[in-house]
Design a protein around this ligand. Structure first.
Ligand code: NDP
Length: 289
């Protein structure tokens, strides 16, 4: 038994969400700023609303999935009264502070607010591997849990509406660092005419094996015991990163993807922490030296 849903924004992601709802038989109203994005959705049984106001009237759960924070305010501010008493879910990628601001705006207008971070691309919605991180109103999460689970695994992180975005961004930070390292590795091999596809096969296995070491790194970060039982110290790490920098220079490529990490390591060694664990870098990000 699901409540009717409204999807505001029919970009690639909004269309994927609305399609999934219709496939599961959820009553769905859709709206997009530029008309003409919804013929397939209408054919699948969705109601096309000509205005945001009419779209909001159609759903109990209103999902906003627009470009950014500014576009969300641009569309929702004029319909705040219409939203009163409804459940609002923001799936637009907004920063933690922007999510908190939206939550405060919603609270001031009597709107129950849940924020979400989508850990999937549109083609993954409703399929294996998709997950969405939520935080904010437990009422919205609990009331619509079955509906939300149609999209992917649904995990609730707590009442702070900024937490889902914080988790989302922490995961994306990890992901982009991995891609940056992969690009630098591929450029290094390209200097010897090795195609990136050959590199990818081996890099996938290596990254997967290394990913399994994250919990051990995390334990050291959490205890802050950077000088007991050090696995690899900062002096060792500095020499490894110096060698990678030299190899990049020799191959005529830039080492920029790794340079931020190398600078953090250099700074700690210069400050006399060479014997401390590499994991100390996580603490060094929060306090200088
Ligand atoms: P698209 O670029 O495909 O679509 C953007 C949507 O935003 C369109 O519907 C567009 O409307 C609308 N829009 C932009 N500005 C405004 C505005 N001022 N007023 C009203 N509508 C506006 O993006 P996606 O659908 O892919 O992404 C939507 C959100 O989902 C983003 O915040 C994105 O970060 C997030 N997301 C996307 C993922 C992905 O893989 N695609 C993954 C995780 C999150 P119009 O057609 O009129 O231009």
């Amino acid at each position: 038994n699901t409540h009717p849903v409204t999807v505001l924004g029919l970009g690639a992601m909004g269309r994927a969400l609305a399609h999934r709802f219709r496939t599961a038989g959820v009553a769905t109203t859709v709206w997009n700023r530029t008309p003409g994005k919804d013929p397939e959705l209408v054919a699948a049984g969705a109601v096309s609303a000509p205005t945001v106001t009419e779209a909001v009237r159609g759903g109990h759960l209103v999902i906003v999935v627009l470009l950014d924070h500014a576009s969300v305010h641009q569309q929702l501010d004029p319909v705040a009264t219409e939203l009163r008493g409804k459940h609002l879910l923001n799936l637009t990628s907004t920063s933690p502070e922007q999510s908190r601001e939206l939550a405060a705006w919603a609270a001031a207008h009597g709107i129950e607010f849940l924020d979400g971070g989508i850990m999937a691309v549109p083609s993954m919605i409703g399929a294996e591997g998709a997950s969405i991180l939520y935080s904010g109103s437990p009422t919205v999460f609990d009331t619509h849990r079955a509906t939300l689970e149609l999209l992917g695994a649904a995990d609730y992180f707590g009442t702070d509406p900024g937490l889902a975005a914080l988790w989302d961004f922490a995961l994306l930070t990890t992901m982009y660092a991995m891609f940056g390292g992969f690009f630098q590795g591929a450029a290094l091999l390209a200097s010897a005419d090795v195609p990136a596809t050959d590199f990818a096969a081996r890099a996938t296995a290596w990254v997967t094996a290394m990913a399994h070491t994250l919990p051990a790194y995390a334990r050291v970060i959490d205890t802050g015991a950077f000088t007991d039982e050090v696995f690899q110290d900062l002096t060792f790490t500095k020499s490894a990163l110096d060698a990678l920098r030299q190899a990049a220079t020799d191959a005529g490529i830039t080492a920029e993807p790794l340079s931020g990490l190398a600078a953090l390591v250099d700074r700690q060694v210069a400050a006399g922490h060479g014997a401390a664990a590499f994991e100390r870098t996580a603490a060094a990000l929060r306090t200088p030296h």
